[in-house]
Write a protein that binds this ligand. Structure first.
Ligand code: A5A
Ligand code: ZN
Length: 489
């Protein structure tokens, strides 16, 4: 059933006339919000491919400039490799092929000619990058090599596709590929990578959980995989980033070697780590509410909207609005005046839907007092003097960010529960993440997944979450390993 309190039939120019279902119907709310708030157009006629609307793309740009900033400031450099991978390179690493062969799109023709060598559309770029690393890595002084690219990748996903979440064209795949002298150096890099991702997500006010995936769920060709997950509003987790220790598995097949100080040729150790536009799915889903998007100020395309409240004294009010806009703009913030002829109420509705963090209302009464009304998207309305406007907005931004993070973190932690048997787990994963003892044996782990009907995320990195002991619910062996289980996207 639709929540009619959010529908509107007002049809004045530029006004919104669509209905947003309540967030408690998460899946419908999500799909409708993407369209209503102009983030994605989902009507593109190829399954699993979607169009970024300009507004959505603007959020994407801001989000990706954060990840760029974090990578650039930690020694990474950006590069770009080709989309097409020749079959013989793609087929070199056995485990990697097994993991990806069902998901690869192949280019077989150039015009009407059959190609001599089939070309894969990259599902990820190990096999595009590592033949070049073989040429680039010569000596220990070339290491560590930390390169990333932000590109599109293609995966022929057979599970249910969803905008931003499970795509056949991942448009915003940030993948880093690093090379190191020793296995331990690479392990350190994997740790750094998950910490960079946690920092990245905290800039989006999104709390995360890092865990080590069980062996049967690691990246094809990796020694081990660390994953970053978030809890979505429907109680399922979404994997929003992974960091893989590749050992020397790829270095062997692609002959990536360096000369050490003694002049010996040594196989290199590698890692890779990636995030996709799932980060934006998490951002939207975790913070949004019944009225639409709620954006952390740092990634909001418009950070402040000024709404003139007109009662005949239009000229002075509009002048004051422009004056206030100039002040805010000069301080470097993204601000706009909505001077369309829609009524104020419908303007509030529109900018709330867009997640604009701060709204400033200016009417004749405010003019007299030399003040404005400031309303935060997360709640709270205050009068502020015009000459304090910039510091007050910046203070509000910080409050909004912190409030979003706190609220999400509280919800996440309230939905993690220690369980002692699989019935309890089965019940708890309906709404959240279960912690449960496990002996560490693969057979028991697979059986736990089978019985519960959902996945093992792995052993959490956070010692608080990993602490505990009990007995394995399958074989009954005492253990101090705690794993997380959840329904996953
Ligand atoms: N080369 C490494 C980094 C790699 O490809 N790892 S990965 O397969 O785990 O993908 C990295 C991240 O991309 C995943 O953690 C997930 O967050 C995201 N991702 C994977 N498949 C996706 C898909 N079909 N649609 C959207 N995001 C996807
Ligand atoms: Zn067991």
């Amino acid at each position: 059933m639709k929540d009619i309190s959010h529908s509107t039939n007002r049809k004045k120019s530029g006004e919104i006339s669509r209905t947003l279902p309540p967030k408690s119907d998460f899946s419908e709310w999500y799909n409708e919000l993407l369209q209503t708030a102009s983030i994605m157009d989902v009507r593109y006629p190829v399954k699993g491919l979607y169009v970024w609307n300009p507004f959505g793309f603007s959020i994407r740009s801001k989000v990706y400039s954060i990840i760029r900033e974090l990578l650039d400031s930690t020694g990474h450099i950006e590069a770009q490799f080709p989309l097409l991978i020749p079959e013989h390179e793609f087929m070199k690493e056995a485990e990697h092929i097994k993991g990806f062969e069902d998901e690869v799109y192949w280019v077989t023709h150039g015009g009407t000619d059959m190609l001599d060598v089939k070309l894969a559309l990259r599902p990820t770029s190990e096999t595009a990058i590592y033949p070049m690393y073989k040429l680039w890595v010569r000596s220990h002084s070339d290491l560590p090599l930390l390169i990333y690219q932000i590109v599109n990748t293609f995966r022929y996903e057979t599970k249910h596709t969803r905008p931003l979440i499970r795509l056949r064209e991942i448009t915003s795949f940030k993948e880093a590929h690093t090379v190191h002298a020793t296995w331990d150096d690479a392990a350190d890099q994997v740790k750094k990578a998950t910490h960079i991702y946690q920092e990245f997500y905290s800039r989006l006010a999104v709390p995360t959980i890092v865990s080590k995936r069980p062996d049967w769920d690691k990246f094809p060709g990796a020694d081990y995989t660390m994953a970053v997950d978030v809890l979505m509003p429907d109680g399922k987790t979404l994997q929003v980033g992974t960091a893989h220790h590749l050992g020397d598995n790829f270095a062997q097949t692609f002959e990536i070697k360096y000369e050490n100080e003694e002049g010996e040729q040594i196989l290199a150790q590698q890692t890779c780590y990636g995030v996709s536009e799932r980060c934006i799915a998490a951002l939207i889903s975790i913070h949004g509410d019944n009225n639409g998007l709620v954006l952390p100020p740092e990634v909001a395309p418009t950070q402040v909207v000024i709404i003139p409240i007109l009662f005949g004294s239009d000229k002075e009010v509009l002048m004051a609005c422009n004056n206030v806009k100039d002040i805010i703009q000069h301080s470097g913030l993204r601000v706009t005046i909505d001077d369309s002829d829609a009524r104020p109420g419908s303007k509030y509705f529109k900018w709330e839907l867009k997640g604009t963090p701060v709204r400033i209302e200016i009417g004749p009464r405010d003019l007299k007092n030399n003040s404005v009304v400031m309303v935060k998207r997360t709640g709270g309305k205050t009068n502020i003097p015009i000459d304090e406007i910039v510091p007050r907005i910046n203070k509000a931004f910080k409050e909004i960010h912190d409030n979003l993070f706190e609220t999400a973190a509280q919800l996440l932690h309230s939905r993690i529960r220690l369980c002692f048997d699989l019935d309890e787990v089965k019940d708890h994963v309906k709404t959240g993440i279960a912690r449960i003892p496990w002996c560490g044996e693969q057979a028991c782990g697979l059986e736990m997944e089978e019985i519960v009907g959902s996945g093992i995320l792995g052993t959490p990195e956070d010692p608080e979450l990993g602490k505990g002991n009990g007995t394995c619910p399958v074989c009954g062996k005492p253990t101090d390993i705690i794993v997380l289980m959840a329904r996953t996207y």
